[in-house]
Design a protein. Structure first.
Length: 143
């Protein structure tokens, strides 16, 4: 992995073949001391696990994918929960047959390259557990 801060609000991240996307982004967040950032990216993966959340059962249904996939869209945020970096990322993947898969990205392994832009946002946003929904959400309450 390589990353470089190109101006006050942007960090470019290059992931190499075999690197795991979420682990890499969380490492950048920790090393660069990112409080809050939005994620945009593209590239290719050969393995991915996508999740779809069912609010009724409060569980993710996971789908493991193996093969050749173009990253059509990689979006999300890096923020914090209980003082630790947290990533919430969604991914859309395309196949050579024109089929598309998408959902919450549990994991993804780069097959060729990953090129990601982190847009640093002022301030800090923390996550809290919403027990009714069963997920971690932004805590935007006024203090």
């Amino acid at each position: 992995m390589q990353y470089k801060k190109i101006d006050a609000n942007h960090i470019l991240v290059r992931l190499f073949r075999g690197e795991e996307i979420m682990a890499s982004l969380l490492k950048v967040a920790e090393e660069a001391e990112i409080s809050f950032a939005m994620i945009q990216g593209l590239g290719a993966v050969d393995e991915a696990v996508l999740g779809l959340y069912d609010v009724t059962t409060k569980e993710y249904t996971e789908t493991a994918l193996h093969g050749v996939f173009e990253v059509i869209s990689l979006t999300g945020s890096l923020d914090k929960m209980d003082g630790k970096h947290y990533g919430h990322v969604h991914i859309a993947l395309g196949t050579t047959a024109g089929k598309t898969y998408g959902g919450h990205m549990v994991s993804g392994r780069i097959s060729i390259t990953g090129e990601i832009v982190l847009t640093l946002l002022g301030g800090e946003v923390n996550r809290i557990r919403d027990e009714e929904l069963g997920i971690n959400v932004w805590d935007l309450r006024k203090e």
